[in-house]
Design a binder for this molecule. Sequence first.
Ligand code: HEM
Length: 176
Amino acid sequence: MKAPAGKSGNPLMRAVGALAVLAALAALFFLIEPGAAYNWIKALHVIAVISWMAGMLYLPRLFVYHAEAEPGSEKSETFKVMERRLLRAIINPAMIVTWAAGLWLAWHGFAFLGGWLHTKLVLVLILSGVHGYLSASVRLFAEDRNQKPARHWRIVNEVPTLLMIAIVILVIVKPF
Ligand code: HEM
């Protein structure tokens, strides 16, 4: 039988599972010979970043339309499926790979030193907090408990964009 939207799995267990996968990936990367692997891991990092950001920009856009749909309508149920699949199949795995590869690069390339890197880490932590907020919102929408108007989601939509611009400038220009 198909699980109802948002009801499959305990969120705490899913978070613990995600952290375990992150730790396993990070451990795997740390066993790799750094010289040979740096550019490959950086390529993997950028691919994961693109996937994470694509999802983080699309999900609040779906919420804008979902907030305007009548709860229980066919449109609303379709949005629930789209949101759940986007979160589980793209956004969550992409965030884990971004973090694992990013931490590896930060250690092997920069020994975790540099003002740009520390600032980038703070902004990525904020971005991960936005990820958590969007993930919790998928659950609220799935249970028809969203109270926020479409305007709220339009504003939330801008947050990952602004963070991404600052993060990319920091890592490429390295201004300090
Ligand atoms: C999750 C934590 C993250 C860490 C620890 C991290 C760390 C790093 C490090 C150390 C590099 C290598 C820089 C170099 O070789 O010059 C890098 C590359 C890069 N990162 Fe991240 N990153 C993270 C997340 C992100 C996010 C969220 C974005 C974008 C929104 C991003 C965008 C990039 C880009 C575009 C590059 C390639 C830069 C280049 O080749 O010059 N990273 N990252």
